[in-house]
Design a protein around this ligand. Structure first.
Ligand code: HEC
Ligand code: HEC
Ligand code: HEC
Ligand code: HEC
Length: 375
């Protein structure tokens, strides 16, 4: 995410950090306008660029789906979205205002990229937005009761309440589900957002205009591989889907470096070192292999007893990804194994410069230097 150039909360600071002279969101369809905001304001559980696409090439005014898939683990009635302060877009789409207008409610219905109302201005500013669709009489609570509140008749104060503490950085401070009453149950649609072709993930950025009847493209297998791979790191229920997509890709796209790297890693985990080395060597033929692929090949070769070849591979991995603690630790271990103690000592010191909080490695350094870390 790009940082805003103007400080947050400053009066009249633009809320949208791109030049709206190039693309004026209010001239776009609601769907395309929201797609602009989603590029930054919707994280989901995993975001994957489409094959060959770059984040900086995203063009406002086009469906975000051309570049990026924002995916979410589907909520279930047993594990509903944790609270209302999920991300802005997702939360907004669950509001009755959005659902009852078939998506006419958009981010820019309420937010003007060039205006950021102050705390005092906010109640009247946003009430005017509500009143483009509602009237004062739409509210079930009597006007008299509403006028007694301070600030008076503050629609958002009651229907878009804020929470006090910011727990998770991606979630919202303001309830964008626009509930009638606090504690309102999530609507049924919350639990019906997957499709038969993708039953285990919700596509948060829709591929096309709401109501469009044309066939939605399924996600490229490579995109799914990345998504499942990332999710499987801390959600074991996605491991099977990951391995299934990987086996498909082994047949359909064996020339893809990412596929070969993933096959190498799979075989490495299964202790199939010979096969792993073969896949990883193929992956390294791509123009820009990833650091972990070098490290995985080194790992496989050590298991195969080809230790001499391993060290330069680990060094390459550290070069490519100097802030990766795993490959830096591998380097220390490799250097010790090769009895290059001076270099190992240097590598350990460099590691601790970057990761000073790692007590285990700190003790290792102390031991190597013959010092005791004390109690
Ligand atoms: C390139 C990334 C990006 C895009 C695109 C973007 N925003 Fe933001 N927006 C930010 C960042 C960064 C912040 C400041 C951090 C925060 O408050 O989350 C922000 C803050 C805001 C705020 C809070 C007001 C403030 O300044 O603190 C609003 C409201 C907002 N954006 C609305 C929108 C809307 C509506 C759109 C679409 C028309 C949009 N943004 C598009 C990055 C973006
Ligand atoms: C684009 C039009 C539109 C805008 C803007 C809009 N709403 Fe709505 N809203 C609707 C529609 C349509 C419904 C469904 C019919 C109804 O209940 O009146 C609805 C329903 C509601 C409900 C009932 C929710 C429920 O769960 O039963 C509340 C509360 C509400 N709106 C408050 C607001 C407030 C507060 C604002 C301004 C911050 C606002 N709306 C802005 C169109 C809109
Ligand atoms: C019905 C009106 C409405 C709609 C639609 C709406 N917002 Fe908001 N938004 C608000 C209000 C009200 C606030 C709180 C503003 C304040 O207190 O100054 C807010 C605050 C925010 C903030 C600041 C952080 C926070 O949660 O308080 C961001 C960022 C934001 N909105 C982004 C979006 C995006 C992105 C969309 C579209 C997906 C969107 N909003 C749609 C009314 C709306
Ligand atoms: C003091 C709090 C308060 C304020 C201020 C307030 N509301 Fe409400 N509103 C409520 C409550 C409570 C209900 C639900 C009543 C019920 O269903 O029992 C409600 C219900 C609604 C509904 C749903 C009506 C339905 O058909 O179910 C809408 C729409 C609505 N309010 C819009 C607004 C708008 C627009 C404003 C600002 C002009 C506003 N409210 C200001 C408390 C408030």
């Amino acid at each position: 995410m790009q940082a805003k150039s103007t400080p947050v909360g400053k009066k009249n600071a633009p809320a949208v950090p791109f030049d709206s002279k190039i693309v004026d969101p209010s001239r776009l369809t609601p769907y395309l306008a929201d797609n602009i905001c989603m590029a930054c304001h919707q994280t989901g559980d995993v975001r994957v660029l489409k094959p060959g696409k770059k984040f900086q090439d995203i063009r406002p005014g086009h469906p975000l789906d051309e570049w990026l898939s924002i995916l979410m683990v589907p909520p279930t009635p047993q594990s509903p979205p944790s609270e209302d302060h999920v991300e802005h877009y997702y939360s907004m789409t669950l509001s009755k205002c959005y659902r009852a207008t078939q998506g006419k409610l958009t981010c820019i219905t309420c937010h003007d990229p060039h205006v950021e109302p102050s705390r005092e201005e906010a109640p009247a500013y946003f009430a005017a937005k509500c009143l483009t669709c509602h009237t004062n009489q739409s509210c079930k609570l009597s006007l008299e009761a509403r006028m007694q509140q301070q600030p008076a008749n503050d629609c958002i104060g009651c229907h878009m309440p804020k929470r006090n503490i910011q727990v998770i950085s991606h979630s919202t401070a303001t309830n964008h589900r626009i509930v009638a009453r606090p504690g309102e149950a999530f609507p049924d649609v919350t639990y019906n957002q997957t499709t038969p072709s993708l039953p285990d993930l919700v596509r948060l950025n829709p591929a096309q205009e709401p109501g469009s009847t044309s066939q939605v493209d399924s996600l490229p297998a490579i995109t799914l591989l990345r998504a499942y791979g990332e999710l499987a790191e801390n959600r074991p229920q996605y491991v099977a889907a990951y391995l299934r997509v990987l086996s498909e890709l082994e047949k359909t796209q064996p020339d893809d470096a990412l596929v070969q790297a993933a096959l190498g890693r799979r075989d490495l985990k299964n202790n199939e070192y010979q096969l792993a080395a073969k896949h990883l060597r193929l992956a390294l033929q791509s123009p820009s292999p990833e650091a972990t692929t070098y490290a995985d090949l080194a790992d496989a070769l050590v298991h195969l007893g080809q230790t001499g070849e391993a060290l330069p591979l680990v060094e390459k991995a550290v070069d490519l990804d100097p802030y990766n603690p795993v490959v830096r630790k591998m380097l220390v271990v490799r250097l010790i194994a090769e009895k290059q103690y001076t270099k190992a000592h240097q590598a350990l010191e460099q590691y601790l410069e970057i990761f000073p909080q790692d007590d285990f490695m700190r003790q290792m350094l102390a031991r190597a230097e013959g010092k005791s870390t004390g109690p």
